[in-house]
Design a protein around this ligand. Structure first.
Ligand code: SF4
Length: 318
């Protein structure tokens, strides 16, 4: 009997969290923005608190700053005093942070912050018009250091904590293999482990990522992490379950396949949780000697995903 399973190599992924979200009074106005979702991360992740503005020596309280485009680059300047330019101080803090905290597997940053935002920090022109929205300069520095790093804000985390946990767990696995410097065999192993998970999230990305895997590891992991940032819908789970069933069809007697079909039907009817389907698939993959399927991360959610899943209402779990 095949007893292969997927073993997550990093039990507690390391996640950077904005200190103001952890209830620390480090904002420019001396306040905080405590987030229950951010506080809950400590139960399943190794949390690295960071406030780039305070830790770069800008003080608390301090003049508010914003991202401003000029001369082909993004600078961080005072809102009330455009002559105040803290770009260099924040860049130096970011560079030192990257060196001190290797590896990092995710970040939860305060929305709209010029330093910490995941993607909605406004970028102003010199006339005060918003040109676009993007990552804060600290979040961007972390993403440059670790291509594909999952970054969420407090609202995204509160909406889908298990989704962020899954991203961080997968990214931790990637980093454990060497990240973009991982050898060819390790990249193939990574892709095989997460193929079914990716299929559930985004079939088109799965096809594209397969082509990038060996040619461009940074683009590969960026596309994988973007796909994993979108929750799988019912159709996505159906795709993954159908693929798994096809793998089992030739190696199992009809009554055992029926046992799978029954639990899938119960899941569709809302009387069984997806976890029950996964459990049956794990058993059957071992029985059928399907080592690849038995080792698919889709069947073995990371403990952090389970730890941040909301308690089920009823047993639908879809
Ligand atoms: S958003 Fe970032 S820089 Fe601003 S107070 Fe919070 S942790 Fe500090």
């Amino acid at each position: 009997m095949v007893t292969t399973s997927f073993t997550w190599p990093v039990v507690r992924p390391r996640v950077v969290v904005s200190r103001c979200l952890l209830g620390e009074a480090v904002r420019y106005d001396g306040d905080h923005r405590a987030s229950e979702a951010a506080a809950a991360l400590a139960a399943v992740f190794e949390v690295v608190p960071a406030c780039p503005e305070a830790e770069a020596g800008l003080g608390v309280p301090r003049p508010p700053v914003q991202r401003v485009a000029g001369g082909g680059e993004v600078r961080v300047r005072g809102v009330e005093d455009p002559g105040l330019d803290v770009t260099a101080a924040l860049a130096a803090f970011g560079a030192g942070f990257v060196q001190r905290h290797v590896p990092v597997h995710g970040m939860v940053g305060k929305a709209r912050s010029p330093s910490c935002a995941a993607g909605d920090s406004p970028l102003f022109d010199c006339a005060g018009r918003v040109l676009e929205e993007g990552a804060g300069v600290f979040a961007a520095a972390l993403r440059r250091a670790w291509p594909g790093l999952p970054v969420a804000d407090e609202a995204g985390l509160a909406r889908a904590p298990a989704l962020f946990a899954g991203q961080a767990a997968v990214f931790a696995h990637w980093q454990s293999l060497g990240g973009t410097a991982a050898p060819r065999e390790a990249r193939l192993q990574f892709h095989a482990a997460h193929r079914l998970r990716l299929l559930a999230h985004d079939e088109a990305v799965l096809c594209r990522a397969g082509r990038l895997l060996l040619a461009d590891p940074a683009a590969y992991i960026e596309s994988v992490m973007q796909a994993l940032a979108r929750p799988p819908d019912t159709a996505g789970h159906e795709r993954a379950l159908a693929r798994a069933r096809r793998r089992l069809a030739s190696g199992l007697p009809a009554p055992r396949l029926r046992a799978l079909d029954e639990v899938v039907a119960a899941w569709r009817a809302g009387t069984a949780r997806l976890e029950a389907v996964r459990e049956r698939l794990r058993e059957l993959a071992a029985e059928a000697g399907e080592a690849d399927l038995a080792g698919a991360s889709y069947l073995w959610p990371h403990p952090a995903e389970a730890g941040l899943s909301p308690a089920p209402a009823g047993c639908a779990g879809r």
